[in-house]
Design a protein around this ligand. Structure first.
Ligand SMILES: [Zn+2]
Length: 406
């Protein structure tokens, strides 16, 4: 990592820093140019679903990847904008490795102007600067500097999602198709700023909403309460029983966070519903938990009240697997060869595109991007530009090792 002074002198000199290992030297690296390209991306509103803005970002990268001779196609994702696929070879049916980032942000339209790009020392602020604009930009810098020995051996696919922050059926379908085409994926979510030197992510929990509905029988609670069957009472019995399942599975959380039920205070409640936020680290465990909950619901929690489990969509975890451990080992080896600190691998709660790629069978590592923090907080979100070069070098080295192993 550059010190602030080195960074400032680097900017003043218009690029070339001195303390970077010569191995696979990113001799093309120009921090001033990187910062100015980042400023351009931050100046464009690209809130998820604001297709006009997202498509502007996509068009910038479409032009750049075409310029270096990659095969570029755009795929319309209605409601989110264009997804981009750029491959180092013309084949877009099979990839050796995917580099994935996203063009959208959570910041509302207008925030690009309200929270513009500001550079303080090596730290850049601005709406969406860390999630995911600096990391998205780093993918371009990684690819444009790759030597032919790597691009001729590997078919590298860059995938830019126009709607990572809030998936819809079109982006889910897109990832279902693309995830099947690659054995390996590097995901450029920001490097984790809570770890000194910047952490990497090996596990992201999957999350799913589980609705449990209760159907009882209405009656006047003064005249004939004995004829009613209280659905809210059954729900109250069910919540602790369902929640208790989490204690059997490390990493699983089940929280009943919203409820509804009843029609009037003098009427035995005929209907009730609780929605659980359910998180898990492995899809097989997800299925076991769901079947346990279903069995409880089938058995029922109270005489005369029927309960049913309703699930709209099962999410996927990004799990640690034998395959992903091999990919992590390549990243570790690349860091070692570059003289960088040993990567710290984290298991975190929130999902990313890595979850979708892993669901299709790819080995995934995540948070390969530029070290950033205070994500989604427009005033305080930051990205550390002194980490850009080491992260670019690391990814190039990883791709070189993957090419060597092919
Ligand atoms: Zn992100």
């Amino acid at each position: 990592m550059l010190t602030r002074r080195e960074f400032v002198s680097c900017i003043a000199a218009g690029g070339a820093a001195s303390s970077i290992p010569a191995v696979f030297a990113a001799s093309d690296f120009d921090l001033k140019a990187f910062a100015s390209e980042l400023q351009e991306l931050v100046s464009i509103d690209s809130k998820t679903g604001y297709e006009e803005g997202v498509n502007k970002i996509i068009a910038i990268f479409e032009e750049r990847f075409k310029f270096i001779g990659w095969t570029v196609t755009l795929h319309s994702c209605p409601g989110r904008g264009n997804a981009l696929i750029a491959t180092s070879k013309p084949d877009q049916n099979h990839y050796d490795v995917v580099l994935c980032a996203h063009a959208d942000t959570v910041q509302p339209v207008g925030y690009a102007q309200k929270y513009p790009f500001v550079l303080k020392g090596s730290i850049a602020h601005g709406a969406g600067v860390g999630d995911d604009k600096s990391s998205l930009l780093s993918v371009w810098w990684i690819c444009k500097g790759l030597p032919k020995t790597v691009t001729e051996k590997l078919n590298i696919a860059v995938i830019i999602n126009p709607g990572e922050e809030s998936s819809n059926p079109s982006t889910l379908k897109f990832f279902e198709r693309e995830g099947k085409k690659t054995p390996l994926a590097l995901v450029y979510e920001p490097g984790r700023g809570e770890v000194k030197g910047g952490g990497f992510v090996k596990v992201r929990k999957g999350s799913t909403r589980l609705n449990v509905r209760f159907h009882g029988k209405a009656a006047h609670s003064g005249n004939n309460p004995q004829d009613g069957r209280n659905a809210i009472y059954a729900m109250a019995l069910a919540i602790p029983k369902i929640t208790a399942i989490q204690s059997k599975y490390p990493g699983v959380t089940i929280n009943g966070n919203t409820t509804k039920g009843g029609t009037a205070v003098n009427t035995i409640a005929a209907e009730a519903e609780v929605t659980f936020d359910f998180r898990f680290t492995d899809d097989r465990i997800r299925d076991q938990v769901v079947s346990e909950i279903r069995a409880l619901c089938d058995k029922g929690f109270m005489d005369g009240v029927r309960s049913e489990l309703v699930i709209n969509r099962l999410g996927n975890a990004l799990p640690e697997t034998e395959k992903s451990r091999k990919l992590m080992a390549i990243v570790d080896q690349a860091a070692k060869q570059l003289g960088q600190p040993e990567p710290q691998w984290l298991a975190v709660g929130g999902a990313s595109d890595g979850n979708k790629l892993a669901a299709q069978g790819a080995a995934v590592v995540c948070a390969m991007g530029v070290v950033s923090g205070n994500l989604h907080n427009p005033e305080n979100e930051w990205t550390d530009l002194s980490t850009v070069r080491s992260r670019i070098d690391l990814s190039r080295k990883v791709l070189e090792l993957i090419a060597q192993g092919k």
